[in-house]
Design a protein around this ligand. Structure first.
Ligand SMILES: [Zn+2]
Ligand SMILES: [Zn+2]
Length: 145
């Protein structure tokens, strides 16, 4: 959750910055979509169920026994040491969202993964442009000697 707060706070700051300094409406819309989309994608992963196995699988063919949960789970499941749970189609445990990534939230996770670099690149570009606009508006700073 601290990562989420940092993402959202930075996003809100950036929206404010873009809306107070940028003139292009396209830029403002892009800022809204990216700055809301990224924390939203984070939230969607964070609140999702990765596919936690709660009921024991029927023993036999496609199951195995998890020694830590002490129950039979599907073969594709793996035990997560961080969550102490078995997750179906386990991919990995993501420390950023402090959640397992499994069969049920893998697509959401990829959206989050795609949004994050776009967010950081946009943030850098927007910051540079907006700061440039600010400097241009202050007469004594923009004057070339
Ligand atoms: Zn387990
Ligand atoms: Zn986990």
């Amino acid at each position: 959750m601290p990562a989420f707060l940092a993402f959202s706070a930075a996003g809100l700051f950036l929206i404010r910055l873009v809306f107070t300094t940028a003139e292009s409406p396209f830029f403002k819309v892009a800022a809204l979509i990216i700055c809301i989309g990224q924390p939203l994608s984070y939230l969607l992963v964070g609140l999702s169920d990765p596919g936690v196995i709660t009921t024991p699988e029927a023993e036999g063919g496609d199951s195995k026994v998890c020694t830590k949960c002490e129950m039979s789970v599907p073969k594709h499941a793996r035990h997560c040491r961080d969550c102490n749970l078995c997750v179906g189609h386990y991919d990995h445990h993501c420390p950023w969202v402090s959640k397992c990534i499994g069969g049920n939230n893998l697509i959401r996770f990829y959206v989050f993964l795609g949004m994050t670099p776009i967010y950081f690149i946009f943030m850098t570009v927007a910051f540079v442009i907006c700061m440039g606009n600010n400097v241009a508006k202050v007469p004594h700073l923009s004057k070339t000697p």
